[in-house]
Design a binder for this molecule. Structure first.
Ligand SMILES: Nc1ncnc2c1ncn2[C@@H]1O[C@H](COP(=O)(O)OP(=O)(O)OP(=O)(O)O)[C@@H](O)[C@H]1O
Ligand SMILES: [Mg+2]
Length: 309
């Protein structure tokens, strides 16, 4: 994708939803697209799908230009769009799955097992013969995701697939996505506000802010930008106020929790000073563990900081 710009115009104002962004996705790569509300994620995905006409820029999928009508693109791409009608409301759950699989050229005999599997995985078995319009929003979202999977296209776009799903279904969807990721047979672009989803399945993330790309890198690389030396110490008993003050005075960042605290060190060898201090107060240490930078925090720092490199 090259220098994509999309401006929404109305009589009163212009919104530069996507501002001159370029990125590539390799075959069989799973990429996450992140960013705050209004960052331009959905606009980007819709542009790639050819559902929006960009103001500037060109998009190619496997060498084919998006926007010039091309059947190949429709046969090879499945998408779940945000809050959209991805499925037919007057067909039942099972009929939707059969219909979309049929469009893809699958024979009914090949389908049953796969459909049953997806219905079971997403907890839709008991509702399989109900019209989609009678289901709850979360269930409709699950049908949309199941339909995208049944089509079994090599390219998949998912715009916030876990939106509105209950804890259990979100877990099942993550499991499905993880399996997909491990097979390494699909190219996937997925937007999500759920950092667990992103961290578990995406090899790389693109972070958008105000329509611009502020980061485009593998998750471990982004984490290493914010790498600190931090330890979590779980103790027994009480921490005296005086000790708390000394911890704050002597080390970088100390966050106190319930029966634990996290301390950031300037140098690795400062751990000895920390231990000496705790010993002098006779603190019973139950465990000590190095803290990994958590991706959610990394993401928030990136968004706060704006542009990287
Ligand atoms: N049809 C439209 N007409 C006018 N402005 C729009 C339209 N669709 C989106 N926008 C604006 O474009 C910007 C980007 O919106 P977009 O939906 O791409 O964001 P997003 O990153 O998907 O956000 P979210 O996380 O809330 O889904 C926002 O400022 C939004 O208000
Ligand atoms: Mg969106």
């Amino acid at each position: 994708m090259e220098r994509l710009t999309k401006i929404y115009r109305s009589r009163r104002k212009e919104v530069r939803a996507v501002d001159n962004i370029s990125f590539d996705i390799s075959k069989n790569e799973i990429v996450g697209i992140l960013g705050p509300n209004g960052a331009g994620k959905t606009t980007t995905i819709k542009s790639i799908l050819g559902l929006l006409i960009p103001d500037e820029g060109e998009i190619f999928i496997s060498g084919r230009k998006v926007g010039t009508f091309d059947r190949w693109i429709y046969r090879n791409i499945a998408a779940v769009l945000e809050g959209n009608r991805n499925v037919y409301w007057r067909l039942t759950v099972r009929e939707n799955l059969e219909f979309f699989a049929g469009l893809q050229g699958y024979k009914p005999s090949e389908l049953k097992e796969k459909i049953d599997f997806l219905l079971q995985r997403f907890g839709l078995e008991s509702r399989q013969n109900d019209q989609v319009r009678t289901l709850s929003r979360g269930m409709q979202q699950k049908v949309a995701v199941a339909v995208a999977f049944i089509r079994n296209t090599p390219i998949l776009f998912l715009d916030e697939p876990t939106l509105g799903l209950d804890v259990e279904s979100s877990l099942e969807l993550r499991k499905t996505l993880r399996e997909l990721a491990s097979e390494n047979l699909k190219t996937v672009l997925i937007s999500s506000h759920d950092m667990k989803v992103v961290e578990e399945i995406c090899e790389r993330v693109i972070i958008l802010k105000n329509g611009r790309i502020i980061a485009n890198d593998r998750i471990p690389n982004l984490k290493s930008l914010f790498r600190t030396i931090a330890y979590k110490i779980v103790y027994e008993g009480m921490l005296q106020e005086e000790l708390k003050t000394r911890l704050k005075d002597n080390f970088l960042n100390v966050t106190f929790g319930k029966m634990n605290f996290v301390v950031e060190l300037k140098r690795t060898e400062d751990i000895y000073d920390l231990m000496d201090l705790l010993r002098s107060y006779k603190i019973q240490i139950k465990s000590l563990k190095a803290e990994e930078p958590d991706f959610e925090r990394v993401y928030i720092e990136l968004i706060k900081g704006g542009e990287v490199n």
